[in-house]
Design a protein around this ligand. Sequence first.
Ligand code: AMP
Ligand code: MG
Length: 338
Amino acid sequence: MQTICHPAGDESLKQAAALLQAGQVVAFPTETVYGLGANALDEHAVRAIFAAKERPADNPLIVHVADKNQLTELCQVTETAEKLMDAFWPGPLTLLLKKKDIVPDVTTAGLDTVAVRCPNHPVALQLIRESGLPIAAPSANRSGRPSPTSAAHVYEDMQGRIPMILEGGSCRVGVESTVLDVSGDVPCVLRPGAITREMIAQIAGDCTLAPSIMRPLQAGEHAPSPGMKHRHYAPKAKMTVFTGEDEKVIEAIIARYDVSEGGWILAQTHCLPAFGSRRCLSLGDSPREGAQLLFQRLRELDEKGAAFILAQGWEAEGEALAVMNRMARASAFDIVPM
Ligand code: AMP
Ligand code: MG
């Protein structure tokens, strides 16, 4: 199959919408990462997403809608969910809601809840409206690779596997949406994203974090979100993450490692001069910039053939929890507090 890349515009969006209506898979930009979309209600189309990504069938997809009215046929909307949608949609917040029969089991991996979100990106919204469909869309990477934050990343992973990629520049947020379980009395973040626990608590009164956000699942522990079981966001090289005061992190990296042996440093911009001529890439200067850059940097380091990666992280709390959750998984939880 030939994969065509088109800058998003009226014509290419029409073409993409027609492909979706015909049961095909199309990649498109959102504010978080690029998505690999298909008609969420068409079992065959959804299977084609799993095939293109080589995604395990037990990892459910997020269904993207253009507004909350589109949910009526898909799921049961609770009062808390509605409040959160009014506060954060369109935006990077995914809600798990009791699904209706129209949503096929492949989309939800057999669960009785469906994950729904309204993306805050003009191309994604126009595509959903133009197609008239709810669009199931996981991140547009091959399973296990870092999520794509540009059309070029999607092309790397999906070339020859899907008919079309809509190009819409780099993704503003850079990490996937917050996944929120709203089935209990208190909402619970299963995957942290740009909408933080604190922001959710302001609207819902309270909000908790799933314990497995910053540690591996223990033997026999149930994964509240199936995606947590799977290897994720991984660069090819072994990665170690250091947190704590700048000076201590810099000293640890310089004193303990010889990066001339194929290693690369991933550090905050203001710390780069301290590493002298050692091979470094910048992760920005704030957790928000770090989130925007992380997946791109991991892909760059794969391309450079990095043998190992020494990364500077942030304290895993508040706004930094999203990027630190991805760094934890990319490093197989090798996080060293200094
Ligand atoms: P991705 O589509 O690659 O951003 O991944 C979607 C994430 O949402 C994965 O971690 C899934 O496991 C999670 N997810 C989707 N649907 C559900 C659901 N019904 N219940 C729990 N987690 C879900
Ligand atoms: Mg993904």
